[in-house]
Structures are given as structure tokens and as C-alpha cells.
Design a binder for this molecule. Sequence first.
Ligand SMILES: [Zn+2]
Length: 79
Amino acid sequence: MASPPVGPRPRRNEQHRCAHCGSRFEVWHTGDPLAEHTAIEVRCPCCGASTPVTVPRGAEKDLRVDNLPGPEPETGVVD
Ligand SMILES: [Zn+2]
């Protein structure tokens, strides 16, 4: 029984915040949001600290991390 072919998937992005320097960044991936998620660590583009994030399983092989410029107030932080 063959799996259904996987077509091009839209690249999704999730915003995260570095616990070390507080800068925000986006994690881009092409994982299936309905798939089981797995915890990984990405490097903060600002300070290089490892930051734990969760992505759909398999997405960790195709990640892009972009810095989000601009100061971020301490209020209204989304997880
Ligand atoms: Zn950082």
C-alpha cells in the first residue's frame, strides 16, 4: 500500500522568542501542521543561543530561521 504522493506544501512560519536575548524570530518550515510535533532546538539568529521549539515531525530537516527586526515590548508576548 503506497502512501499518497506528497505535493508541494506551503511553507509555514511560526514566531518564537529567544529566551536568552529576547529577540523575536520566525521559524519557517514545510512540515504538515497536522503531523505529530517534535521538540527541537534552533539557534537564535541574534545571539546564537539554542531555543527550544516544536515543529511537525520531519520538518526539522528543512528549517529556516529569520530574524524579526524591531524591538518587542514585554507585553503581549505570544508563545
Ligand atoms: Zn537570542
